[in-house]
Design a protein around this ligand. Sequence first.
Ligand code: ARG
Length: 246
Amino acid sequence: GGRAALAQTLWEQSALKQILKRGELRVGMEAGYMPFEMRDKSGKIVGFDVDLARLMARYMGVKLNLVNTQWDGIIPALLTAKFDLLMSGMTITPERNLQVNFADPYVSIGQTVLIRKGLIGTISKREQLDDAKYVIATKLGTTGDIAARKYFAKARFKAFETEAEAVLEVRNGRADGFVYDLPFNTIYAGRYPGEVGFLNETFTDEPIGWAIRKGDPDFLNWLNNFLRVIRADGSYDALYQKWFQS
Ligand code: ARG
């Protein structure tokens, strides 16, 4: 019959079916976004997304292959099947959702600001940075970049390819502020106390989700139920504690 044949065709073409057949889950991410995906001292990619990907691969009974991919090409790389799944601390936005599908959010974040040392004491509220005399550093193509241009419309901007370059600009005093996701800025501020100031009150609310190619209901169903199961059995909480409570 038509319906059974259609279901069979969808499943045969599902990324999940391909993963099982290949015996390998390929996950796209851009290392550099603490604590989701970053390099440890030996250069290995580690983080919250990495541990979740490892758990996922274990349930699938396949090997895990992390595909490090530049942020500006990360959605095109998913669409051209350079990997099966995008796990990269990506904010779910309606615009991105026109190109890809998202599994249910697994964490929420908001935008915050790191300020240069010389402004500590002078600037205590983000509103004060909305001034033509200030230069804001951002990472290109992120929700931080979009939010910065909206909330600091009067300021001037310097956008960078990586968060590392953008935040260094503030630490070196060449920019006044760096607008980025709370988890990253929290870790950075903790690592360089006294060298940067931290306005840690979030001014956006952003759900974060894993992205897959459109037209794949079987994979989407698996991912959402995986999330449900690991939330229920405590393994999600254990990993969250590991990466966010230090
Ligand atoms: N949440 C932000 C966004 O979606 C930044 C994510 C950056 N992720 C990364 N792995 N570099 O735009």
